[in-house]
Design a protein around this ligand. Structure first.
Ligand code: GAL
Length: 341
């Protein structure tokens, strides 16, 4: 495996790992983020070319998100009978654990090279009281590229006081080879027969809705444009997809999602030990980012944010995101890149 470290500006770094098949993964200590993923000489993910462009535009793109991904209603939750109020940075709600969060931090890192895989291991301490969350939380994120074209994200947390921990990675995929193209003609498969409807301000209400007979049914692979064309209340609220999908089975051995490029030369398969993925279709209205010389925005990328569904702090049927004191928890998500030369 080949590894290269370069300057990313403002004292940040870019670390690029390349395997023998020409697959390249670039990550940065600014937010422990993925900046670039290339195969077939194609850029597959959203990313900027320097730290200052992230700082000027949007720090969530490709970043590690935490302590908690998604929205906590009114920024309020209970742990063991005690109520906590955390920062409200999305209307009345807490989004992505509050900003600045993992996405804005400068992470320490170590590069680990091996024969069949190489990794960058990032470390961060989130002090007790950060945005109102209890516990000194130590976080490790390891980005790995393997010789068989797999990008793996391993995230581990340990705290000295019970807290919430529901991290994710905020990668946006666009497999067309041109980031300014929409994802309309990408095909999507999901191993999911239910999703969490959202209410107006973007929070879940604790219900799980059956996908059958609705545009949310991706159990048979279909073009994403079919979803966008199906105008219905749930997609109108957010102008696209911004919903948690529950997997039929949980476990790293199940292929939970597959996104295929319009020309069908390339596909990403998703594997994760989490029970849910939040899909967000870049519903940015008329705004766009100037990214690698292209205008990139609305419906031009799709996230696979693996996590427990937002709302889990209130709805036990969504899973348990409490991290007990002195009890490390680890989660793994894998993105397998398949391509034909
Ligand atoms: C997503 C979230 C969206 C939007 C986006 C911005 O995870 O579901 O509603 O806030 O992040 O980063």
């Amino acid at each position: 495996m080949q590894i290269k470290e370069t300057d990313f500006g403002q004292d940040y770094h870019l670390i690029t790992i390349e395997n023998k098949n020409g697959v390249e993964l670039s990550v940065s200590d600014l937010g422990a983020r993925i900046v670039s993923l290339k195969a077939l000489n194609r850029e597959l993910v959203w990313g900027f070319e320097s730290a200052h462009e992230y700082l000027d535009n949007d720090l969530t793109i490709g970043a590690m998100i935490g302590r908690t991904a998604g929205r906590i209603a009114n920024g309020r939750f209970d742990i063991a009978g005690k109520t906590y109020q955390v920062s409200q940075n999305s209307g009345p709600h807490n989004l992505h654990g509050g900003m600045p969060g993992f996405e804005s931090a400068k992470w320490e890192y170590t590069v680990l090279n091996g024969e069949n895989e190489a990794s960058v291991l990032f470390r961060l301490t989130s002090p007790d009281g950060t945005h109102g969350f209890p516990g000194n939380l130590e976080v490790e994120v390891r980005h790995t590229l393997t010789s068989d074209n797999l990008w793996r994200v391993t995230t581990r947390g340990v705290t000295d006081e019970a807290t919430l921990f529901n991290p994710t990675n905020h990668v946006y995929f666009n497999l067309s080879g041109d980031l300014s193209e929409t994802i309309d003609q990408h095909s999507l498969y999901l191993n999911s027969n239910s999703f969490a409807p959202i209410i107006n301000s973007g929070i879940t209400d604790g219900t799980k809705a059956d996908v059958s007979g609705t545009p949310f049914d991706f159990q048979q692979e279909k073009k994403i444009v079919d979803f966008f064309n199906s105008r219905q209340p749930q997609s109108e609220i957010v102008d696209g997809i911004d919903h948690p999908f529950f997997f039929k089975q949980t476990g790293l051995r199940f292929m939970q999602a597959k996104l295929t490029s319009p020309d069908e030369k390339l596909a990403i398969e998703l594997f994760t030990d989490r029970p849910t993925v939040v899909l967000f279709s870049g519903n940015f209205g008329k705004d766009y980012y100037l990214m690698r010389g292209k205008k990139v925005g609305r419906h031009q990328g799709l996230t696979f944010e693996t996590q427990f569904a937002p709302g889990a702090e209130r709805f036990s049927s969504f899973g348990n995101i409490v991290l007990p004191a002195d009890f490390p928890k680890e989660t793994i998500t894998e993105y397998k890149i398949n391509f034909k030369e």
